[in-house]
Design a protein around this ligand. Sequence first.
Ligand code: ZN
Ligand code: ZN
Length: 203
Amino acid sequence: MCTSTRKHIHNGKDYPEVWGPQVADVFSRIRYEPQHELKAAIEATGHKLEDIKKIILGHMHLDHAGGLDQFMDRKDVEIWVHDKELRSAFWSVATGADEGVYLKHYMDGITLHHLPGHTDGLVGMQLNLPNSGTFFFISDHCHVIENWRDGIPQGWLARDHPAWFQSTQRLKRLESTTKGRVIPGHDKETFLQLQSEIKDYLS
Ligand SMILES: [Zn+2]
Ligand SMILES: [Zn+2]
């Protein structure tokens, strides 16, 4: 990203332009409505964009880091990302190498787990809710629920297969000890299911 020549484009709304024709073609946008904008999605929860205090980036692929441009001018927002992921992102833009440390951090009932595989520095978020139990938002460690249920990585989208299987093993143990629910990065059914249950979780 080049700040000096940056045009006023949004990664979400102007996605075909931002990603370029090849990527936009492979991952074509099927449906895009005003309610899908980050601002609108936050407002649907009864909050405002200005209320956001912390942002946790599971990994930094375009489809997971795009909304950051909404926070460019904010000095009061903490952005959490794994050291490895940040380095990989910088390096893949500039040259190509990486190195890092294990991250396990706690904040207000949120635990972050380093889950290398899809990317080197991918981080999943464990959320412990007092009445509703534990949820694992695993970003693109699994794109869809089949990756999780059948233990099958996502083909060429996973960068490091041995690491992916190790991360999956660790998650499976966490899932069984916490009786938690796993939420993949791109699974529509899981999303709709959660959406239908959301009132129970917030109570
Ligand atoms: Zn990804
Ligand atoms: Zn993704």
